[in-house]
Structure formats: C-alpha cells, structure tokens
Design a protein around this ligand. Structure first.
Ligand code: KG4
Ligand code: ZN
Length: 349
C-alpha cells in the first residue's frame, strides 16, 4: 500500500511517501524555525499560515522524487493530534480533501505513535528493529513519557513528566544561555565545550521510587546558577558551556535511571527511544553504555527521523490503514490526545 503522510502539528511541515513493500519512497521537510526564532518560541497563527503555504508544494516534491503519480496514492495519513489545533487543521483538511478527490481512504494519526514507530522504518534498510514487547522512552518538546508497548496500539503509560517535558527544559535552558530556539541541539553543542566536573546539578525525582519525571526544579536550579555567575549582566562563554554541560548531564542521568527502572519493573530487555530529544548524542551513548551492561538493547530512529517528519506519519498510517482503519465522517483534530486512548486495529487484534 502506498501512503502519503502529512505532518503539520507544530513548526515543521513534513510530507513523505511510504510503500509497505518498498519502504520510504520520498521524504521532504520544511522547518519554520526562522519564522519563529525572533519570538523565542512557536507562534501558532504564523505556524498555520506557513503550513498552508508549504504543504501542497512539498506534496508535489515527494511525488516527483518518488516517481509516483497522484493516482498511485492508495491512502493519505495526516497528524490529527496532539498539537496546535490550527496547524493540525491545515494537514487534516488537505489530507482529507486529497483522499476524497482520489477516492482513497484517509486516516488521522497520533503524533506520538508516529514518533514511537519511527525506529521500525530501519527494516527497509536492513537495520535492526525492535520486537514487541518493549519499553518506549518518548522525549520531545511536548512529552516525556515511559510507555510499555505490547503491539501496535497497545500502550500502557508507565510514567510521565509532571511539569515540563525534557525538550521544553532544553529549550528554556537555551533561552537562559542566550541560544536560539529550538534549544536542544544548541545546548548539546555548547555542552561539548563544558567541563563535566565543574557543576553538579540535581537529578530530579530519582530518589523516590516511581517512573514519573519533573524538570521544572532543574530549570529553576539552572536559572539560579546562570544568575549567580552574571558579571555586569553577562555570563562568560566558559561558564555558559559548563552550565549547559551540567544541565545536559542531569537530564541524561535522570532519563537513564528511569529507563533502567522501567525495564526492570516490566521485566523487559528492549528500549525504544523516540522524539526530538532522542537525537541527543550523549543520551544515546549513556543509554547504550548503561543498558548494554545489563544486556538490554536500545533502538532509536535515524537522526532525521527523531524530530518531527512526514515519514513517521506515513508509516504509522500505513500500518493502520493496511489493517483496515480509516477516518469516519466525524474525524476531527485534537490538541490533547492521550496515547493510551489508542487501541489496536481491529483486524490485527
Ligand atoms: O519531536 P520534536 O521534533 O517535536 C515535538 O513533537 O515536540 O521535538 C522537538 C524537541 C525540542 O524541544 C528540541 O529542543 C529537542 O526536541 N531536541 C533536542 C535535540 N534535538 C532536538 N534536545 C536535546 N538534544 C538534541 N540534540
Ligand atoms: Zn514531535
């Protein structure tokens, strides 16, 4: 089945063509970062308008790159939530209109299910893919969750952030250090120059049991450290790098501790990491090292499939549509949509 995937939940327009037999045929991404950078965060109205401008040209681009005629599309998947409602509506409206015009099914896909399944795309490049069941660490700008995954649509929430998401904490730290949005990659780059022994930041919520996270206290600690090192309102480049390093180490350590605990609790040996923060090199290395010692395997998507993209939506939609799912007449987008509300496709259950 050949599926067109459209992702417009936030500030990236992602479009891809996925073929259940041949794999990813084409994948295009347009990032709105430059538009939102001067505001220090995503401006929802500007995001919607730009998705309107970019989605159709990107669809033409992936069709040309994939050598596929419009009439060869057999299904259209779009992100139906969670995300910015106006932005989601652009992808949903276009996706459903294109599907109706072609007389093929459409399906609204859960954004985090897309992230969660992205590592499976490696199967078409002979890469290792995780078998069910596994524990998933979903770490993005809006979510930090540990989920037990027993199959497509079979998700049990093990723990989540009670306040800021890990990616949000990276973005806020970047702002404190005068770095651009989105901050994760900038903080990570700056941290490379930092002295790992200079500061020891707190590892939130690791002493008490449980699998929930909290990053707002760490954010406050980071801000207090920045303030304490200001001289005439300025922090030196080395101090900034050392703070970035200490912040990153605290997040990485906390995530690793909770992942080990989740695997132990569920008696599982496979961890899948997905979402924007899973692009973080030190997080990947720490998980591989610590979990490797315990004979656990770690899986994550190719770097370009960690952050938002159309491929993960085309893939998740293809799996569900191939199992017979499609939109009903009352399909709608949702700003909030707990992943645990998803169910396995009926045909696959
Ligand atoms: O999954 P994603 O692209 O969008 C959401 O669904 O939120 O994740 C974006 C988040 C941002 O907060 C960004 O700062 C963070 O992922 N991020 C990183 C890295 N690359 C992206 N955080 C830490 N290290 C990175 N290398
Ligand atoms: Zn995302």
């Amino acid at each position: 089945m050949r599926v067109l995937g459209i992702e417009t939940s936030c500030d990236e327009t992602g479009v891809a063509l996925y073929d259940t037999e041949r794999g990813l045929l084409a994948d295009a991404l347009y990032s709105q970062i430059d538009i939102h950078a001067e505001y220090g965060g995503v401006v929802p109205e500007l995001a919607s308008r730009d998705h309107v401008r970019k989605t159709l040209p990107l669809i033409d681009q992936v069709l040309a790159e994939g050598g596929i005629a419009r009439g060869d599309i057999e299904g259209v998947a779009y992100t139906a939530g969670p995300g910015l409602v106006g932005a989601l509506m652009v992808g949903a409206t276009l996706g459903r209109a294109i599907a109706a015009g072609l007389g093929v099914p459409s399906l609204g896909v859960h954004h985090m299910e897309g992230h969660l399944l992205a590592p499976m795309l490696a199967q078409h490049e002979a890469g290792a893919v995780p078998e069910y069941p596994f524990v998933a660490l979903l770490v993005s700008g809006g979510h930090t969750q540990l989920v037990r995954v027993d199959g497509l649509g079979q998700y049990a929430l093990l723990g989540e952030s009670l306040d800021d998401a890990a990616g949000e904490a990276f973005d806020k730290t970047a702002k404190m250090l005068g770095l651009p949005y989105p901050g994760g990659p900038h903080v990570a780059r700056l941290a490379e120059q930092g002295d790992p022994a200079r500061f020891e930041f707190p590892r939130p919520m690791v002493k008490q049991g449980g699998l929930d996270f909290s990053f707002s206290g760490l954010k406050t600690h980071t801000l207090a450290t920045v303030r304490a090192h200001e001289v005439d309102g300025k922090v030196s480049d080395q101090d900034k790098a050392d703070i970035a390093r200490a912040f990153e180490a605290a997040v990485v350590d906390t995530l690793v501790i909770k992942c080990r605990r989740a695997l132990k609790q569920e008696n599982l040996t496979r961890l899948v990491m997905a979402g924007g923060v899973s692009a973080n090199v030190r997080l990947r290395a720490a998980l591989e090292e610590k979990l490797g010692k315990e004979r656990c395997e770690v899986f994550y998507p190719a770097p370009k499939l960690c952050t938002d993209n159309g491929a993960m939506i085309a893939y998740a939609g293809a799996l569900r549509m191939a199992a017979g799912e499609c939109d009903g007449p009352d399909a709608e987008v949702r700003a909030r949509w707990p992943m645990t509300e998803l169910t396995a496709p009926k045909a696959a259950a």
